[in-house]
Design a protein around this ligand. Sequence first.
Ligand SMILES: [Zn+2]
Ligand SMILES: [Zn+2]
Length: 199
Amino acid sequence: MSHIHELMQKAVEFHGHSCPGLALGVRVASEVLKLLGPHASDEQLVCVTETDMCAVDGIQALCGCTFGKGNLIHRDYGKMAFSFWRRSDGKALRILARPAMESDPVVSRLKQKQQTVGLNKDEALLLDEKRQERINGILENPLEEVLLFESLSSPPPSPTRSMPSLVCERCQESTMESRTRRFMGQVLCIPCFEKLDAR
Ligand SMILES: [Zn+2]
Ligand SMILES: [Zn+2]
């Protein structure tokens, strides 16, 4: 099995299924590992992801960037784009999926039918085939057909530090201070603050 398919297999174990989105994340991760090296120590590599869809699991599974460690940051821009910084020397880049890799009209039509009236056996097979084709294309097509690379000069986002917690005066739950709201002299957590707001 080729290296990229080995990486895909590892990511599928983490993600739970194989899909084109994950394949894109794997292709990105494989380039990042080549360009910025394997993450020597855990927080060496920082990633800002502009999507929270399947693709980001390829990054989490292969690059050592995870939400829990604080070196994976989500900016909810809805773009298939990932920025990476190597802390040791500041080397950084942004990788973007080429639009052509994002949609296939036949697949969209079949998916829509699957969700409404359902697919017959042939259509289901075709969809499966198309999906596998797409996965292979994302993993194997020439790099310039799949991804765009941009250099980055901005510094990496600052590392997350452990923050003091406050107790919400309504639900009494301990809440990271930076996430609390103040209302009429009370310290509130976000859900309690939003409940007030909804009334
Ligand atoms: Zn998926
Ligand atoms: Zn509360």
